[in-house]
Design a binder for this molecule. Sequence first.
Ligand SMILES: Nc1ncnc2c1ncn2[C@@H]1O[C@H](COP(=O)(O)OP(=O)(O)O)[C@@H](O)[C@H]1O
Ligand SMILES: [Mg+2]
Length: 792
Amino acid sequence: MLFLSFFIYFQAFRYKRNGSHRRLQYVSCWKVRFQSVLILLMLTETFIRHGIVFGTQNVTVVGLINLFVRAAVLLGCLCLLFLEQRLFWNSQATDTIQLVSWSCFVINEILCIVSWNSEEWWFINSSSSDQVQLGFWISRLCISLLLLSSKFFNQKIKRKKPENFESGSNEKYGHGKLSTWHDFWKKIRFLFPFMWPTKDVVLQIKLVLCVALLIVGRVINPYVPIYYKTIINTLTKEPSWQMVCKQAAIYIAIKCLQGSGISGGILHGLRLFFSIKVEQYTTRTVQVKLFKHLQSLSLQWHLNRKTGEVMESMQRGTASITTLLYTFLFQMLPSLCDIIIAIVYFTSAFDVWFGMLISAWIILYLVATVWIIEWKTKFQRAQNLKDNRAKHVAYDALLNFETVKCYNTEEYETLKFRDAIVDYQNSQYWTSATLVLLNMVQMVIVHAGLLGGTLLCGKYVLDGKLQIADFILFETYMAQLYHPLGTLGHYYRLIQNSFIDLENMLDLFNEKIGIVDEPDAISLSGEADLLEFKDVCFNYSPQKPVLKNVSFKMKSGQTFALVGASGCGKSTITRLLLRFFNATSGTIKMNGINIQKLLQSSIRNCVGLVPQDCVLFNDSIMSNITYGMKVTEEQINYAAVLAGIHHQVLGMPDQYATDVGERGLNLSGGERQRLAIARTILKNPSVVLLDEPTSALDNKAASEIRKTISQLNKGRASLIVTHRLAMAVDADCILVLENGEIVERGRHEDLICANGVYARMWRQQLDDVLADSNLMKLDLCANETVGSKKTL
Ligand SMILES: Nc1ncnc2c1ncn2[C@@H]1O[C@H](COP(=O)(O)OP(=O)(O)O)[C@@H](O)[C@H]1O
Ligand SMILES: [Mg+2]
């Protein structure tokens, strides 16, 4: 009770600190009033009863402590009741505390029945004071039973989410208040296919063998204590060497098969051996399926994702599936079977009291375990999210290490990471603390049960109902049972944690595939000869339109240039063409077919993109150029020569086998861009999209690349997105984009004559170039003057 009052006040204190006002009003008023009245009645009874006792007998320390603790618990519960109704916070923990309190009150009163036969029992003497005491007892029992049942009833009340509900740190996944067993069957249905190796008969046989070994293990389990008892009986009653030899051999053989709690026996070993491949199958299937799913998600999802968090969810989720399936099947289920077999055995071989005792013991153990673990869930969830966050901070800093170094922010990043770790450890503290509490409660219950069973068995032996050998059997069996019971809590915890880890991964699986092919989508046959944008409008978010009524038509062999200020929507046009996004309105056609009616893979097969920001895989130059294509060495050399990178590569230490480093950062921006061009040349697409292909190059390199590009563009439809107008001069048509609208179109000369936006941009760039060349001339003059002075 003292412990309980501590928990109650602690919870009340946390309620005050963390609760938010009037967020959740799920407990209807009359129930709170009813419970409050009952608590007040109980409080009054406590004071009156102690008043009478202290008035008629001496005031004892025990009596005072009893009065104080009961009053403290009752007042604490009253306080929690009101807090729970007025504030929205962790009502699950409050529920549990109240439930435990009322259960303790009921058990406390029921324990009085133990002295039913005693001379001191109120009924027996029947004096007036005893009758008053009996009346008090009955009223206490009734009130505590009412309180307990009202709590149970309360649990079933549906919890409504208030309209403006904003969850805390779990907002992303929204599992904050839900039980881990929420959507249990859905999760199981999801898991099951990963377990049964549909296409592999050998694996299926192995799985069946594992299950068979488990069943055999359960059957032989009770025979260990039984044979132990038989040996003792043989030794004590009619000792015969032959019999002892035979029984000992059987006993040791069974023991060898069964193994002890820590080191598994032969059956366990065989089961582990057969399950290796099956478990590998499960892990592999989950990982591959998830990876495939992530690959199919939209570009927008990938642009917004946090790599560290995704990797962490993936890793934990995969591990959780194996734990869930195999812990449940190979650990928890056998432990449960062992317990049930023990109950049945003791009920039939000893008597029903033993069966009841073990059942009560196990139920108490399980209920306490489940309660505490359910309470622990939210700490575990918060811990996972904080863990993901810490990983994300670390990944981000490592990926952007160049920026970190440039800005001297190593200390800042370290502190950010440290804060994330501290945050994570704060959550972990609560998870670990609840775990310690759980272990202590489990220990107390297990040993209380063992004590009860030993005492009962000892009494039966003394009364002559059982023999000494039975006592030994009981103790051996209980010791054998102690292990599965102890591990049951552990497995429950494991399974529960795995369910939490699984939730994050399920969220990834539930992530909608952004753009899906229509069921009747067709493949683009042949080359894409005609490309058409018709009144295309697009926005990433409804508040900000990016493209407005963009229309143009491009044929094979034509080169179009798309020019405009930064952020006006040029790259967006290339993304729409590749169908990374669907146009909000208007149509995009290839060979006269709306691209929404085409298979995405067939569109991307015939379109080659040289992106603005060429990020490479951390692999060799060779594999980055050939990326996923089967090509000959000659073809690679040809593409590299055309892209103007061949000689540079030959000058590198490992030539084509040189590693490009993380995201290709060992290469210069220009080299990366040339590499991307070489890759596109190898792909040989019928439509080429070049998004700022010379953005990372100097003027000389840019003019070289321009020649390369004009080679690349021959016989294809190509769209060059550029802010460098020199690239657009030779284009068949220049599209000038301003604020998402095409404001001018035509050949270079026509647009210059029109003296519009393009001409202004052209003059501006010309001025910049002239200014640059003047600067260079000045620089040269200065150098010459210095040189001549030196020679003088
Ligand atoms: N994935 C995205 N989500 C939301 N807005 C975006 C996204 N990509 C680009 N934008 C916005 O759309 C506008 C056009 O971008 P973009 O087409 O990349 O411009 P640019 O003409 O420089 O290539 C910009 O204002 C940019 O901020
Ligand atoms: Mg761009």
